[in-house]
Design a protein around this ligand. Structure first.
Ligand code: ZN
Length: 511
């Protein structure tokens, strides 16, 4: 046997308990053929000496938004005055819609309004996305097309959706270009697979042909598509199948191949902490606001039960503890009606978990798909709005692992920075960018954090049999790092030297 590629001299952390370390990796036909003595004596078409670099399984981002992230918009990140924003928007090239992103209402000298935007838009419609993903600011030409909505330009949730739908759709080529932009970026950060958190409907949908855009794009990373529960519709299946609602052709979780597949059915049960719309049982500190559920309880419960019956894995967005209560009850009801072993439903974000909810999450076999970097970026703000008692309950780590709950790492890019090493550092240190300790008791070890971003996220995507560890037989996805996260003082700063997908170098750092 002749290997396609042999990587030698490395320090590999395999995440496989049967053989945790290796120095030589043999790759054949896109898969790991063997490690160390299993492949040392075999010839190879190409041999690469990694010279003591550290190798990990490729990172898997279990919840991200590649198309949204790659969208070409005017970047307002970090701007905190209306004057700065108008200045940036005034030169927007092209014609038609002006789209901007990175707006952060919380840091503004005064909130941006439609009247402000009208000054520089030249009559073009303007859509400024808030970084929360749950709100936007639009100008008068947009508001004029939204009868029944009275606003100074700031729109949240369903009103935001109404404004968004005026802009849609994007063309397949536009979406494919967005995807390639994001794929290049994630590869440079060591990510080899992404789960796209919702296509087909809702705020982040770009086109009714969305899945076709991913096929057309032929991306150099693996992608799993989560499908919005809004596309479930009644079907006239044989009653013996017990499937009242499905998507066309009965497609569901698992369809596809190792490069592009269908993942979970995505459902939103509340908003988010940035926009103060995450649904809480007790109000945000110092306010009477308890956030809001995303849809009617009837709609959400039916989607969970019907999606479960139709064979879907569910990915249920729930950030506040009230939304998590709702999710736990609805999943328990679905499982009562039709027990499904290893249904592996996920809670996307799982942001604020009361102590009494932990055992229920474990008992239902739910997987929290967390975004540690939220707390690095926004932990100071979130700690304030949750108050002293609840702040340590946010985006937990240790409490989940101690109960045997599998934790999946993810970014929600572009809502937060997407680099996995940044997230891993946060999971270990629990320090915000402002230096604040956020739930320090939830800290986990470096190995556990790497596991969350490899095997844990592979498990959440039902791909742990082919991804997530450097195990002979699995797909040859790996990341080459310039230092060992277990001993590094600054994990987030470790350089990603190369990223390999299916045995091919898809990214190499230029020195
Ligand atoms: Zn998301």
């Amino acid at each position: 046997m002749k290997l396609d590629l042999k990587l030698t001299g490395c320090r590999a952390l395999t995440m496989d308990p049967a053989r945790p370390a290796a120095h030589t990796i043999g790759i054949w036909q896109g898969r790991i053929a063997g490690l160390d003595e299993q492949v040392e004596d075999l010839p190879a078409t190409e041999t690469v000496d990694l010279g003591t670099a550290v190798v990990l399984p490729g990172f898997i981002d279990a919840h991200t938004h590649l198309a949204w992230n790659g969208r070409r918009t005017v970047d307002l990140s970090g701007l905190s005055t209306v004057a700065q924003i108008l200045d940036r928007l005034a030169g927007a090239p092209g014609e038609g819609w002006i789209e901007a992103s990175g707006y952060d209402r919380r840091i503004m000298d005064s909130p941006l309004t439609a009247a402000d935007l009208d000054q520089v838009s030249g009559g073009r419609p303007v859509y400024v996305a808030d970084i929360s993903g749950h709100a936007c600011v639009v100008n008068s030409p947009v508001l004029d097309r939204l009868p029944g909505i009275s606003s100074d330009g700031w729109l949240t949730e369903n009103e935001q959706l109404a404004a968004r739908s005026l802009r849609l759709p994007y063309s397949l080529d536009e979406i494919a270009a967005e995807l390639h932009t994001s794929a290049r970026q994630v590869l440079s950060e060591g990510v080899t697979m992404c789960a796209e958190a919702g296509i087909g409907a809702g705020l982040i949908a770009g086109s009714p042909l969305e899945a076709a855009a991913y096929q057309r794009a032929q991306l150099p990373i693996r992608v799993q598509l989560m499908v919005s529960a809004h596309v479930l519709h009644e079907v006239a299946a044989d009653p013996a199948d017990g499937v009242p609602r499905a998507i066309d052709l009965g497609l569901h979780t698992g369809f596809g191949d190792d490069m592009l597949s269908l993942g979970a059915m995505k459902l939103w049960t509340d908003g988010g902490m940035i926009a103060r719309t995450a649904a809480l049982t007790e109000p945000y500190a110092g306010t009477a606001n308890t956030g809001q559920l995303a849809e009617s309880e009837e709609f959400m419960r039916a989607a969970i039960v019907d999606g479960h019956h139709a064979g879907w894995q569910l990915a249920i967005h729930a950030i506040g503890d009230r939304a998590i209560d709702f999710t736990l009850d609805a999943v328990a009801e679905a499982q009562r009606q039709r027990p499904r072993a290893d249904a592996r439903h996920r809670i996307e974000h799982c942001g604020l978990v009361r102590p009494d909810q932990l055992d229920r999450i474990a008992a239902l076999g739910l997987i929290p798909v967390v975004q540690p970097t939220f707390l690095w970026s926004y932990g100071d703000d979130y700690s304030e709005i949750m108050g002293e008692e609840r702040a340590p309950w946010m985006y937990r780590g240790r409490s989940f692992l101690d109960r045997g709950i599998i934790v999946a790492g993810s970014s929600d890019r572009p809502v937060a920075d997407g680099a996995p090493l940044r997230a891993i550092e946060f999971m270990v240190r629990r320090r915000s960018s402002g230096g604040r300790a956020v739930g320090p008791d939830e800290a986990i070890t470096v190995e556990e954090a790497i596991r969350a971003y490899t095997l844990g996220s592979a498990h959440a995507c039902r791909k742990e049999h082919v991804l997530g560890s450097l195990t002979p037989g699995k797909l040859a996805d790996l990341v080459v790092l310039g230092d060992d996260p277990r001993t590094s003082e600054s994990i987030a700063e470790i350089p990603v030297l190369a990223t390999v997908v299916g045995g091919s170098f898809s990214f190499q750092r230029s020195s």
